[in-house]
Design a binder for this molecule. Structure first.
Ligand SMILES: [Zn+2]
Length: 179
């Protein structure tokens, strides 16, 4: 718990936080993500764009390709990560940052963690997106529910030792490539 809002210490902390953001963020990359999102709408796609940056340069870009590819997972961030992994020929991308036109949905947030990106900058918030028919807040709320209480029920099926067999195979494989 920090100091209460309105408290001078609280205000000072927000100002320090903003100074750190201003020092780190490159507004040109965020603007590029937003421009990609707008271009994508004009081309018939969803209003989302993302760029992955390394050493101050754009390594990869992505736009929402759900409609054009009939792929519900082809969000801008996922598309950018796929393009970046091809560019790097690697499945982890430390030293890279992602700029997204919108706060990542839970799927993209997971992908960002799996990709080991260093930092996420986003423009629109999930609340702002939800006002334009893109309700990611709904999924965030679903995650907080017990699995069996979600709109799409998730049912744990006890499978004895069989469920562990893939992990045993993994742990016994000496030349496994850890990720
Ligand atoms: Zn997403």
């Amino acid at each position: 718990m920090g100091p209460p809002p309105g408290n001078p210490l609280h205000v000072q902390r927000i100002e320090m936080h903003l100074q750190i953001i201003i020092r780190l963020v490159n507004p040109a990359f965020l603007e590029r993500a937003i421009a990609l999102a707008i271009e994508n709408v004009l081309a018939g796609g969803g209003p989302f764009g993302a760029v992955i940056v390394r050493d101050g340069k754009i390594l990869a870009e992505g736009v929402n390709m759900v409609i054009s590819t009939n792929d519900p997972t082809a969000h801008a961030e996922v598309t950018a990560i796929r393009n970046a992994s091809r560019a790097l020929n690697a499945f982890h991308m430390p030293g890279c940052e992602i700029y997204s036109s919108c706060e990542p949905c839970p799927m993209c947030l997971g992908a960002i963690y799996w990709a080991h990106l260093d930092r996420v900058y986003f423009a629109a918030t999930q609340q702002e997106a939800s006002q334009s028919e893109f309700d990611d807040t709904f999924i965030y709320r679903q995650i907080a529910l017990p699995p069996e209480s979600r709109l799409i029920p998730m049912i744990h099926v006890p499978s004895g030792g069989r469920a562990l067999a893939p992990f045993q195979a993994w742990m016994e494989k000496e030349d496994r490539i850890r990720y």
